[in-house]
Design a protein around this ligand. Sequence first.
Ligand code: F6P
Length: 379
Amino acid sequence: MNFSARKRIGILTGGGDCPGLNAVIRAATKTAWSQYGATVIGIEDGFEGLVEGRMHEIQENEVSNILSQGGTILGSSNKGDPWHYPVEMQGDLIEIQDCSYKAIRNVERWALDAIIAIGGDGTMNICSKLLDHGVNMVGVPKTIDNDLAATDLTFGFDTAVSVVSEAIDRLHTTASSHHRVMVIEVMGRHAGWIALNGGVAGGADVILLPEIPFSWQEIFHVVKQRNTRRKRFSIVCVAEGAKLPDGEQVIKALDNKRTDARQLGGIGAVVAQMIEEGTGLETRVTVLGHLQRGGSPTAFDRVLATNFGTVAAHCACRGDYGKMAALRHNMVTTVPIKEAIAQLRTVPPDNQLVQNARAIGTSFGNATVETVLPTPVDA
Ligand code: F6P
């Protein structure tokens, strides 16, 4: 597609909200304005707004004072996949239809030279399909789950880990006062990064991840042993995607309108009940839920989001399409969107933090494996 000399750049936020989205919108918009004199069109509610033609030109007052704000000024949705679009039929009936032609028509109607899409793997998959249909897409990786293989980090993750760490600090109080086992369920979908990093930062005694199979006997053993060693309490941090010993995940709900129909959740309650029954120790569960995604981004996430937004604006305005901003070895760079969606980034069971946590006595609910020492840099 070939449009104006003065670029018109669309911008949208897709999927679940995440601290730092507004920082990206602000950085991308300001860069597009100041460096290229471009017009920036805010597409509302993710790809829903693209399909339905709901968008507007972003004005200066919209992007001032939003750096520290959580959420997204543009709105977001995880039900807007143009190829899997929920259409309301008569009598509250929802039919899933291919509405991609509407999305592409709106790109032409609004004369968008390129679209910056800020989102996770679902959003990047849609970007890839739009690219195949001639729409100029640029991606910015967002997700508290940190599960995109092409970038070392996504913004929002640091904030989520800080929330988990603080929550565990608070749970320690009741755990030690009442000599209880406190189970905390955290987000992350199929990746255990939030549970691993939040659990280590909070000093959890047991961390359960989707990537490491656990056994009930091992968990019972750990919490009972802590009791005999006069610790008399345990903190168990469980990722929502952790698999029960039979290999199944706990699904809270199925919603066909979502890009990913499975809504994970509920494993914390299962783990708490099993521990109470298996050890006789009083156990409580806390599900941290959307607190992990809400509120103000950390300074780290604001900086990463600003870097990503700026790089994305340069790509969109210079015609460097099909790229996603990424952090590689502490440098902000770009990678092809197609590469970004090729693989989910999950926790390797021999990950260094897993090994180090084991070394200080943290259990992952299975028997300890041999520690692999890091290779020295000058070896
Ligand atoms: O991908 C981010 C995330 O917060 C996951 O960690 C979680 O499984 C999911 O979104 C929850 O989605 P929703 O807000 O739609 O319930």
